[in-house]
Ligand binder design. Structure first.
Ligand SMILES: Nc1ncnc2c1ncn2[C@@H]1O[C@H](COP(=O)(O)OP(=O)(O)OP(=O)(O)O)[C@@H](O)[C@H]1O
Ligand SMILES: [Mg+2]
Length: 179
């Protein structure tokens, strides 16, 4: 099992980046009312055909050259199923992919969420050409971090420039205390 939910987010988003996605939507909801944690990652990358989708959940399939074992998706599926949740994958060639995993929030094997601030920041600044839309919520608060909108406000200043990184670090620290 991976150390935390953020490690899964990083891995699933890396798949979207590898699939040439230009827009990646990451939804994380922690609902005490529903006793459920839900992670959904949607991208507009190259997508997968039916046969690939079936093989992807098998750990001995990977299209990466020089490697036989792709573990990102099987690990997420495994964690979801171990933790009383479900795993779904929908994908269309040329359109994109949607991956959804749920977990029972009070399951004893559920890994911690991990450092969401750093995860969001690192994905954002290490893939400046990709637009990320993060929607992080619980039963009360709904937080949206839209890098396309932020880039618009920056008016040409790179999102990975030191002063912007400093600003975003503080901004995320301030707004993500609830999760
Ligand atoms: N969002 C996506 N869009 C298109 N193809 C995808 C996407 N996610 C996964 N795939 C395909 O599924 C394969 C398996 O993904 P998985 O994350 O399980 O392993 P990997 O990325 O190959 O290796 P690892 O994650 O262990 O470094 C990928 O190699 C890729 O071909
Ligand atoms: Mg992967």
């Amino acid at each position: 099992m991976m150390d935390d939910i953020c490690a899964h987010i990083t891995d699933i988003a890396a798949n979207s980046v590898s699939a040439n996605a230009k827009k990646i939507f990451i939804f994380l909801e922690k609902s005490t009312i529903n006793n459920r944690l839900m992670l959904k990652v949607t991208d507009n990358g190259k997508g997968m055909d039916e046969g690939t989708i079936k093989k992807v959940i098998d750990p001995f399939f990977s299209t990466k050259t020089g490697r036989k074992v792709g573990l990102g998706i099987p690990l997420l599926k495994g964690t979801a199923e171990t933790c009383g949740g479900h795993f779904k994958i929908k994908s269309t060639i040329g359109k994109g992919t949607e991956i959804e995993a749920t977990f029972q929030l009070d399951h004893p094997d559920l890994p911690p969420i991990g450092n969401l601030n750093d995860t969001i920041l690192i994905l954002t600044i290490s893939n400046p050409e990709v637009d990320f839309l993060f929607n992080i919520k619980n039963d009360i608060i709904n937080f949206i971090f839209d890098t396309e909108e932020i880039k618009g406000l920056l008016d040409g200043v790179p999102i990975n420039s030191p002063e912007v990184i400093k600003f975003l670090t503080n901004y995320l620290d301030e707004h993500l205390k609830f999760i």
